[in-house]
Design a protein around this ligand. Sequence first.
Ligand SMILES: Nc1ncnc2c1ncn2[C@@H]1O[C@H](COP(=O)(O)OP(=O)(O)OP(=O)(O)O)[C@@H](O)[C@H]1O
Length: 290
Amino acid sequence: MTVQSEQSEEAGVPHSDTQHHSPPAVRLRGARLSYGPRTLWDGLDLDIAPGEFLAILGPNGSGKTSLLRVLLGLQPLTAGTVEVAGAPAHRGTSRVGYIPQQRALEATLTLRGSDLVGLGLDGHHWGIGIRQRTERRRRVRQALRAVEATGYAKTPLGLLSGGEQQRLRVAQALVSDPDVLLCDEPLLSLDISHQRRVSRLIAQQARESQAAVLFVTHEINPVLPLVDRVLYLVDGRFRIGTPDEVMNSATLSELYGTDIEVARVGGRLVVAGAESDHGQDHHIHGGEHA
Ligand SMILES: Nc1ncnc2c1ncn2[C@@H]1O[C@H](COP(=O)(O)OP(=O)(O)OP(=O)(O)O)[C@@H](O)[C@H]1O
């Protein structure tokens, strides 16, 4: 079953006059994704404005990563259309930055951090002149500094910790100054101070470069002050709206089909799920658990 979203405006909610006149960075129309008989989402209409920060929430297997894969041109829609930066989604464009869900890299990997970050520029037309090479090196250095990875940029990736590898993935996604930034749980395995730093960098990319940010997360609190809208997916149903419109007891109870309480405590969201028949808490995603 698919429940159409109740959106505050049709498809997109422009957040300022400038955004109002800009074409959307991402546009989905009537989008459906099915794997065999299983439909992850259907009837998804969504415009994301340049500079907008969209948090994507939902339980395991609800189709969050699959949506990012559609936008990367890696997964075709079953129905509907998808445009990214004004063109049908296609793979290999430097206009889209991607921070993938963290996977530990092979301990034997000898590629270095600075090489990994440089790969983020490979969609650009750099030419072979000295000036282009100098500019390329300058950008890589700047991105490494932004995530505080300069000290280990020459170390083989396989020898780095999960958090150090993750900061390099963030630098790789930001180095091309993308129009659309797709982030799949980018804060996992980062300590609190680097969570803050990476969140700030991503928000800065949205604000200063007018990049649209799609941020998949199981916990909205670390980014709550940055979020313009939430897309919440549960078992084929979804809601799109501001955090207040989506992250409330009535909406989440309807999405999960069980009683859920959401409270704001000191600027943070706390969610409490009803007990299931088996005496276990339903696994509710989004905020801290009561
Ligand atoms: N190529 C594929 N073929 C068939 N099924 C797939 C494929 N890719 C993903 N799936 C299934 O689709 C569902 C959604 O997967 P997806 O990774 O998008 O979920 P998710 O919301 O990102 O989950 P998580 O929170 O666990 O990362 C899962 O049940 C997954 O097994």
